[in-house]
Design a protein around this ligand. Structure first.
Ligand code: C2E
Ligand code: MG
Ligand code: MG
Ligand code: MG
Length: 287
């Protein structure tokens, strides 16, 4: 009996292992396919930027927008950034893709400037891998010069993972970007481990409260406590706060009560392609 039991366990173990290897191979294959498809996307006009409004609910005006990358694959259709950005980061493709995003967003800002919409702040997501390259500030500087974008209308959204190594190198890099006239925002606030007191020593103008903390407002008492505390501390430290993922009037009311007036979310607008956003914002800001 003992023998058969042993044999059974071993066989099952071996099968599990084979299953595991097969699954790993499949995943690795999918990733490789995605990676080479991404390489073709960059050269093949499959990438575009959509723009999502940022509202100052105190004035009711659209004050800016966030550029969000879209990949339209000829067979797969739309591929979500949460699927392909990690692949782009692992493969290093995020560097040329990130440069493309910067150039396209800056080109759009210059166009808006010529069309009388130069007052909108345009926020651009920057991957930690892109940000940590020594040449990053020079790349930004040359793209600004090349496109004629107004640096004071450009905001770079960086995540906590890009700010994990405090020191003179990080400070100098951030200062270079500020000296170019850009503003800096901390994206996905609350998902990392940094404390606001540390972040305050960096030249950040804004923090963006991650959607995961907004979704269950006002009912979730833990999220409500975190958001309230973050808001009062950020405001005391002189930083602006943008709340992401605002979908309901109740979320809006909760935030407004706590003096957070900058909001982004489906309640106001989904991300739109450039032409749709441009005409939508003209209508929205008319009154
Ligand atoms: P993120 O920077 O935090 O962007 C906000 C995400 O929340 C966007 O998802 C946006 O469409 C979504 N969102 C905004 N309001 C609402 C809402 O009311 N409800 C819901 N359910 N969702 C809302 P998206 O466009 O899928 O982008 C996901 C993430 O991919 C971004 O999160 C950002 O981390 C990354 N990403 C997007 N574009 C770029 C890019 O150009 N470069 C880099 N490095 N990352 C990017
Ligand atoms: Mg963002
Ligand atoms: Mg965010
Ligand atoms: Mg987020």
């Amino acid at each position: 009996h003992a023998d058969t039991a042993m044999y059974g366990a071993k066989a099952a173990g071996r099968n599990n292992f084979q299953f595991f290897v097969a699954e790993m191979n499949q995943r690795a294959n999918e990733r490789l396919q995605l990676e080479s498809a991404l390489r073709r996307a960059l050269g093949g006009n499959q990438l575009s930027l959509h723009y999502q409004a940022q509202i100052d609910t105190a004035s009711g005006q659209v004050v800016g927008c966030e550029a969000l990358l879209r990949w339209h694959h000829p067979q797969r259709g739309m591929v979500a950034p949460d699927t392909f950005i990690p692949v782009a980061e692992d493969s290093g493709m995020i560097v040329p893709i990130g440069d493309w995003v910067l150039r396209e967003a800056c080109r759009q800002q210059a166009e808006w400037r010529n069309q009388g919409l130069g007052g909108l702040t345009l926020a651009i997501n920057i991957s930690a891998i892109q940000f940590q390259r020594e040449s990053f500030p020079e790349t930004v500087q040359s793209i600004l010069a090349e496109t004629g974008a107004d640096p004071t209308a450009i905001e770079l959204e960086i995540t906590e993972s890009a700010l994990m190594q405090p020191g003179p190198v990080l400070s100098a890099r951030l200062q270079k970007l500020v000296d170019l006239g850009l503003t800096l925002a901390l994206d996905d606030f609350g998902t990392g481990y940094s404390c606001l007191a540390y972040l305050k020593r960096l030249p950040l103008s804004r923090i963006k409260i991650d959607r995961s903390f907004v979704t269950d407002l006002p009912g979730n008492t833990e999220d409500a406590a975190v958001v309230s505390a973050a808001l009062s501390l950020a405001h005391d430290l002189g930083m602006e706060v943008v709340a992401e993922g605002v979908e309901t009037a109740a979320q809006r009311a909760f935030l407004t009560e706590r003096k957070c007036t900058l909001m982004q979310g489906y309640l106001f607008s989904r991300p739109l392609d450039a032409a749709s956003f441009t005409s939508w914002v003209r209508g929205a800001n008319k009154s």
